[in-house]
Structure formats: structure tokens, C-alpha cells
Design a protein around this ligand. Structure first.
Ligand code: SF4
Length: 403
């Protein structure tokens, strides 16, 4: 098969995996700062789509042949799709070629499972090892790990890759059992645990070989089973706590040709995925607990962002006096992000905060106004019912920004 045809098939097959963002990678310096792709000086630039997906990596599968039959996956063995397989050498050559042409900053490599988990993992490691050791490639490498593979292989992968990911796939063990019975939630979590352990060893022993310095991530498919947003975010919270994941990615289920009957015929609204990312951001950056983000029901509202929803459900905490409140509470005001909360606290050390200060900080005033008190302003809307405020603050089209 022509290389280009393989590339078309295996790049298309990889598009369903959302767990490829490369944020958090330290600059990988090369020996003598001259290795191919060394990021020193210029740094590595990564682009992200608005929903957080990375677009600057060569994102491919080693193969889309797979001996598993996960029902939500277009590459499952019973799926009638064109198949292809790269050799490790071909992936190495493609990566180098694309890199030299400035098309990519690095490689995201995943694979269907062929022969055995160990065999597949060995092939993935072989690609990374060749890029690093034979070609002095210092660009970004993200390897998807095969959870059933020998932990020693996963450990080797961590020596070469910036980031490893192990996909949790579905929010509940029951969902996994039903839709991917050949996978095992315990094995997936064990693989995450072994990556975390290796990272802790590397953190405490500077002589130890590097272990995926950009950390590990995972992906959860949203809408393939009936798990609600509360369950999804609680699972994410547990994974962040137990394995110190850098990111959980949420991938809205895409109906695939000849889907098995146990799957929904329609994709969930993309906005649901977006709201999950916003809620995830609140958990990681603002100290929200998953449970706090839900009032009645188990799904996040689609018409307003989760921070605004929380504020409307907790009117007793507002308006917040920006001249007195702790920084953490200021950051919970809709329209005020962490950076502006910090700036406001710094500013009030020298003088009282006034209404114009918020405008100068480019806070979205319509959103902020009902929730704050400053020296020369107190909101008239503060006492209006939450539903009235909600209507006033969620004009169509729905607001997508989260500050
Ligand atoms: S193991 Fe991976 S590639 Fe194979 S069917 Fe399952 S999700 Fe798809």
C-alpha cells in the first residue's frame, strides 16, 4: 500500500482520540542544543482548537487493525473500514519529514492492538526510541500506552515520551464492561498507577531516567453510555487525585458506520463536551469540587457556563465585596478569572477598587456587575431572582466563554 494511502487511513482513524494536547511539556533541550527539534530559544509552539484539541502534532495510529471489539470504536475488529499498518520505520521517517517541513511540532502515536498488548507496545516504544536515540529528535512525543502491556514496556515508553496517556474510555466500570468487555478497568488504572509511580521515583531521584515529564492524560468518551455529567466529573476528579493526571479529555461520542445497536444513534451536543471542559477547568484551576457544580440533576446546564450556574445557585455568597473578600472567593465571581482576582487583590493594597478598575481589567461587565460590590457601585440586580438573572445573562447564542 502506498505510504500516502496509509497516512490517510491512519490519520483519519486517529481523529477520534482527543487526548493529544501537549500543554505542560517542559522544553526538551538536546545535547549541545543542536538536536533536531530542540526547543531551546524559540520554544515549541502548539496550537489548540477552541475545545482544547491540539492541532500541531502528527497524530496517527501505528495501525488500525485491532483484535479488540470495543463497540464505540471505529477500529474495532468487526468494523468494516479500510485497514492499514505502518512499520515503526515509516512512522519515524514521516515524523522527521513533517518536522523538517515545519508542519508539526511533534508526534502523537496510538495504535490498535495487534498480536498482543506487549507486541504493540514494543512497536510504539521502538518508534520513540528510534526518534530519540538514532535521530536525536527533540520534538514532542506523546505515546498512547496499551494498559495490558508489561509495565516494563510502559516504563520504557516513559523514558522517551514527553507524555503518556492511558484511556479510561468510559466513566464507569459498568460502562466499560458493557461496551468494551475485553478491556479491564483495573488494568487501566494499574497502568496509570505504574506511570505515576515512575514519575514519583524520577521526581525524588534526579539520577533516574526521565519519566514522561509532561505527565499523563486520559480520555473519556461522552455520550456513548448513559453516564451523566456528574458521574463523568466525579470520575475525572478521582483520576486527578489518585494519579495526578495532567488532563482528562472529554470526547463526544461520534456515531460510526454500522454502529452496534447498543450505542446511541446520535452524537451528544458538542456543547456538552464544551461544558465538561469548562467544569474540568474549574476543578483544576479554581478549587471547585465536582459535586459543587451540580444542583438538581446530574447534567451541567447547556445554556450557561458552570461557573455562572454555580453563582446563580449560591446567591447567598454574592455580591462579593472586592475590597474585602478573599482572592479565592473573588475568583468564583462569574467573569473574573484567576489572573484578575490576583490583580484585584494586589490593587486594593494601594487603594480601594472602583467600578472602572473592572472595566480596565477587561472584565465582561454585564456578567460581573450583578455579583460584585466595589467602592462606588452596588448592583441593582443583586436582589433579582436567579431565573431573571439567568435570562439576562444567557442571551442567544449561548455564551461559550469561561473566565
Ligand atoms: S482497543 Fe482501542 S483501537 Fe482496539 S477497538 Fe478498542 S478502542 Fe478501538
Amino acid at each position: 500500500m502506498e505510504l500516502l494511502t496509509k497516512l490517510e487511513i491512519l490519520a483519519d482513524a486517529a481523529k477520534y482520540d482527543a487526548s493529544c494536547a501537549s500543554s505542560g511539556a517542559p522544553k526538551r533541550d538536546s545535547v549541545g542544543k543542536s538536536g533536531l527539534g530542540a526547543s531551546t530559544g524559540a520554544g515549541i509552539c502548539h496550537s489548540f482548537t477552541p475545545d482544547g484539541r491540539c492541532v500541531s502534532l502528527l497524530k496517527i495510529l501505528l495501525t488500525n487493525f485491532c483484535q479488540y471489539d470495543c463497540q464505540y470504536c471505529v477500529n474495532r475488529r468487526s468494523s468494516n473500514v479500510p485497514r492499514a499498518r505502518f512499520s515503526p520505520r515509516e512512522v519515524v521517517d514521516l515524523t522527521l519529514d513533517f518536522y523538517r517541513r515545519n508542519y508539526i511540532d511533534g508526534l502523537f502515536l496510538s495504535s490498535g492492538i495487534i498480536r498482543s498488548a506487549d507486541y504493540t507496545m514494543e512497536q510504539l516504544v521502538q518508534v520513540a526510541r528510534s526518534l530519540r536515540d538514532e535521530h536525536q529528535f527533540r520534538g514532542y512525543i506523546h505515546l498512547k500506552t496499551i494498559p495490558d502491556a508489561d509495565p516494563r514496556l510502559i516504563s520504557q515508553a516513559g523514558q522517551y515520551a514527553d507524555r503518556l496517556s492511558v484511556n479510561i474510555e468510559l466513566p464507569t466500570d459498568g460502562g466499560l464492561q458493557r461496551l468494551a468487555p475485553e478491556k479491564n478497568a483495573h488494568t487501566i488504572k494499574r497502568a496509570m498507577g505504574s506511570i505515576r509511580l515512575a514519575q514519583e521515583e524520577a521526581e525524588s531521584d534526579r539520577q533516574a531516567p526521565g519519566r514522561a515529564p509532561a505527565g499523563q492524560s486520559t480520555q473519556m468518551i461522552v455520550g456513548a453510555d448513559d453516564a451523566d455529567d456528574r458521574t463523568i466529573l466525579q470520575t475525572a476528579q478521582t483520576l486527578y487525585g489518585a494519579y495526578k493526571l495532567k488532563r482528562v479529555y472529554y470526547s463526544a461520542f461520534s456515531p460510526i458506520p454500522n454502529s452496534p445497536s447498543g450505542l446511541p444513534a446520535q452524537a451528544p451536543p458538542l456543547l456538552r463536551e464544551h461544558r465538561l471542559y469548562q467544569a474540568d477547568f474549574l476543578m483544576r484551576g479554581y478549587g471547585f469540587q465536582a459535586e459543587e457544580l451540580f444542583q438538581a440533576g446530574g447534567d451541567l446546564p447547556l445554556d450557561i457556563d458552570p461557573k455562572l450556574a454555580w453563582a446563580l445557585a449560591h446567591r447567598e455568597s454574592f455580591p462579593v465585596d472586592l475590597n474585602r473578600a478573599p482572592q479565592a472567593l473573588i475568583a468564583r465571581v462569574p467573569g473574573i478569572g484567576m489572573r484578575n482576582a490576583k490583580r484585584l487583590v494586589e490593587l486594593r493594597r494601594s487603594r480601594a477598587i472602583r467600578y472602572q478598575d473592572l472595566a480596565r481589567l477587561r472584565c465582561p461587565m454585564d456578567k460581573v456587575k450583578p455579583f460584585v460590590v466595589v467602592q462606588d457601585y452596588r448592583p441593582a440586580l443583586a436582589d433579582s431572582p436567579s431565573e431573571q438573572l439567568r435570562r439576562a445573562l444567557s442571551p442567544a447564542p449561548v455564551q461559550l466563554a469561561l473566565l
